[in-house]
Design a binder for this molecule. Structure first.
Ligand code: PEP
Ligand code: MG
Length: 485
């Protein structure tokens, strides 16, 4: 007595209710899956999707309400031209991944009627954060010209590849690449990275349907370590939570960025942590170029607990007959408390790495994914710059290297300041490496220090940005500006 779509709805409701009433949080979460299946059947009933698999034509622009890292990973890279989403901000992980792949992305486009643009021709201007749906011939032409210019700039930067990343007064600032998918490794080599400064291990976890086991992980890490040996590869232990969810390990919280994230999850689940550590240390056997990095450290207790587990894994592997070495261990400085305990942290580890993305979000209380407050998110905020200066000084007092691996390390204006502070290395998305090298080679540390002194007198991020843009212009690096921010 019901029509097909109505009967389907009732049945799906009934099933989801059963799942939702379950005690086990994992099974409860499956209600979403049942709903999803229901929606798919409904779509077929209504003939809104073709029955064959999605085929991605060349120059696909992926548009959605929310684009996740796994959706992005589904599209063959050679077909993907750009990403556009209603939610998210420039610092969300999908934007970072798009940047590292050199793919334009416009996120946080809150007014976009997603379904209406399906099949339309779109121009995506990732620098300005604009899109043009069904562009006029004049707009098309203008963008074709800009793409040509962009290619010329890239070719000019490419020539820098073999030149050292050293300042005018001869200080070498090693340039590393941020990576997360194996496809990142090849372009990073091409752009002259001196190693991997941040390998985000959660990405290989996110594109699977289950936790990868020890051997599977070992193979993934080994590929990266081998590709870069003898250059260093910094592998960060699993940093899930916040906006990085594993489909098979749901976490529901009111405030995910202030909740169960990074090291907090892995210390609560030592079985996950130990497997990952075993896989990393085993992948390094015979190479010796791995460095471990711990995310979301907010106090010394977490460092000590992690070090105990790392030593235990090392000991066990030796006893099992593996020729594993104890790698250098570092912590991410990305929570404000870490700034004020910088020396206590530095004394316990071999190196420090500033995660400017989270540090900015936590210092300014601005969600890195919330498009509504995106304008407030600025790593050049005077408070963030003071925090960074303090962190670098603290690390230097303890004689420990401190680098920056957040997106700030890929922003030409910010890099001048980081040089002035005296950071030990920079790690940025592959696409920004040539630009950053250009900045390093155009300034002396002494000049950068003077610029930093000027900037530290300023009280507003906008004023700082304008001043630094002027400095870049004057140094003949104005061409990098459009690409920098
Ligand atoms: C950071 O927070 O700056 C960082 C490098 O880590 P992620 O962006 O993966 O959180
Ligand atoms: Mg972070």
């Amino acid at each position: 007595g019901n029509w097909a779509a109505g009967a389907l709805r009732d049945t799906i409701r009934e099933h989801t209710r059963v799942f939702e009433a379950m005690e086990d949080p994992y099974l409860r979460e499956r209600a979403g899956d049942v709903r999803d299946v229901g929606l798919r059947i409904l779509a077929r009933l209504q003939h809104t999707v073709a029955s064959q698999e999605l085929i991605y034509p060349p120059n696909t622009v992926l548009v959605g309400d929310e684009i996740t890292v796994s959706m992005l990973a589904e599209v063959p890279l050679e077909c993907l031209a750009a990403v556009v989403s209603v939610r998210g901000s420039t610092f969300s992980h999908v934007a970072i991944l798009a940047r590292s792949l050199g793919i334009p992305a416009v996120v946080g486009l809150r007014e976009l009627p997603v379904t209406r643009v399906d099949g339309c021709e779109i121009v995506v201007d990732g620098y300005r954060g604009w899109i043009y749906v069904t562009p006029s011939p004049a707009v098309r032409e203008e963008y074709a010209r800009l793409i040509g210019e962009e290619q010329e700039l890239a070719a000019g930067l490419e020539e820098l590849r073999e030149l050292p990343a050293a300042t005018l007064d001869g200080i070498h600032v090693p340039l590393y690449a941020n990576a997360g998918l194996i496809s990142d490794v090849i372009p990073s080599l091409r752009h002259g990275a001196e190693g991997i400064g941040l390998y985000r291990t959660e990405l290989p976890f996110m594109i699977r349907s289950h936790f990868p086991g020890e051997e599977e992980q070992r193979r993934i890490y080994r590929q990266v370590l081998e590709a870069f040996a003898p250059r260093p590869v910094t592998i960060r232990t699993l940093d899930i939570g916040g906006d990085k969810m594993l489909p098979y390990f749901p976490i529901h919280e009111e405030n995910p960025f202030l909740g169960w994230r990074g090291i907090r999850v892995t210390l609560d689940h030592p079985e996950l942590f130990l497997i990952q550590l075993r896989a990393i240390l085993r992948a390094d056997v015979g190479l010796g170029n791995v460095r471990l990095l711990l995310p979301m450290i907010s106090g010394v207790g977490e460092v000590e607990a992690s070090l105990r587990l790392i030593r235990r894994v090392h000991q066990e592997l030796r006893e099992e007959g593996h020729d594993a070495s104890l790698p250098p261990v570092g912590v991410m400085i990305e929570v404000p408390s870490a700034i004020y305990q910088i020396e206590a942290l530095a004394r316990r580890v071999d190196y420090l790495s500033i995660g400017s993305n989270d540090l900015t979000q936590y210092m300014l209380a601005v969600d890195r994914n919330n498009s509504r407050v995106a304008a407030l998110y600025d790593s050049l905020h005077p408070a963030v710059l003071r925090a960074l200066t303090q962190a670098v000084l603290g690390a230097q007092r303890c004689g420990k290297p401190i680098g920056v691996c957040g997106e700030m390390a890929g922003d030409p204006a910010a890099v001048i300041l980081l040089l002035g502070m005296g950071v030990s290395n920079l790690s940025a998305s592959v696409a920004s490496l040539p630009r950053i090298k250009r900045v390093i080679r155009n300034f002396s540390v002494a000049q950068a220090r003077n610029i930093l002194d000027q900037v530290l007198l300023m009280e507003d991020a906008g004023e700082i940005r304008t001043y630094l843009d002027g400095v870049l212009e004057q140094a003949g690096l104005g061409g990098l500006l459009r690409a920098g921010h």
